[in-house]
Write a protein that binds this ligand. Sequence first.
Ligand code: TA6
Length: 320
Amino acid sequence: MVERPNKPSSLVATPGLPPQPTVNFSDDNSLVTATLPTGESITVLLYGATVISWKDSSSTEKLWLSSAAKLDGTKPVRGGIPLVFPVFGPPPADHAQTSSLPQHGFARTSRWEFLGKSTSESSGDQQTGDLSVKLDFGLSSAADGLDPQGKAAWPFKFNLIYSVTLNRRDLTTSLVVTNDDERAFDCQVLMHTYLKVKDITNVTISGLDSSSYVDKVDAASTKTQSGEIRIEGETDRVYTADGPVTVSEGGKTLFTVTRDNLSNVVVWNPWVEKAKGMGDFEPKDGYKEMLCVEPGSVGGWQTLEKGDAFEGAQTIALGA
Ligand code: TA6
């Protein structure tokens, strides 16, 4: 090649594409794993489009998963990030549209379709060329994988697109609900995230000070949060709040959870007795190593008219 002493920089040979994220399916096509070149990874079970693992670059697991969690599609996954739709909790007897649905609806008990992946420069990491990877999953009223109990109990035409985006320092999960029916329908959405901690007795949750909440372990009474939250027993609270929620342990920030269009956040720990009472909750003292921080829109109903869409998202950042 003829050397050109004043070769313009733009002609400098490109060093080649940086290493790309990889996406792999399990042999039985039940799981999809995405891994960044820097080692971070997520694993999603197509059953429920349940994120069952999120690891940082040193392969440290960030989500709690029961060792007795069923991953064979026979029951909702105990851990990771189960999806709640179209109803949160035991369906209200007085809400005709959802009253015959199972607790937390059918999104977490349906087999979702993998729609594809995309990679891009991580936001804010252009300088380092860090990449992110987004996995898209779909579930619709016409899907073969739709839980038959849900289809029978909630006969509306709908479409769900669930996106899981992994960056080096955070994980974003986003759900878009579309009403494809002629009729309006009500729905609730929640991302039932099981965060992993070392010792729940050293954990504090901040960002909810002065927020109102429904205390489900105290006759569903409405209260106002005063200061930080410490978990010292069974805790099951539905907060209405905006702004980031921070989970710290031993004075170090573990997670910062931000929400987009999800006005509620549930804080749940089953503690001793409830953990004992759940057959798929193992080890029984696992409540010491988990905390559910669950962004959602569950304080009322999102009423979607024909053609309407609702979108809600959470981003869980590692550290502050
Ligand atoms: O989000 C908290 C909660 O509603 C608790 O009341 C408890 O029921 C938890 O969800 C787990 O529900 P599941 O149906 O997964 O056992």
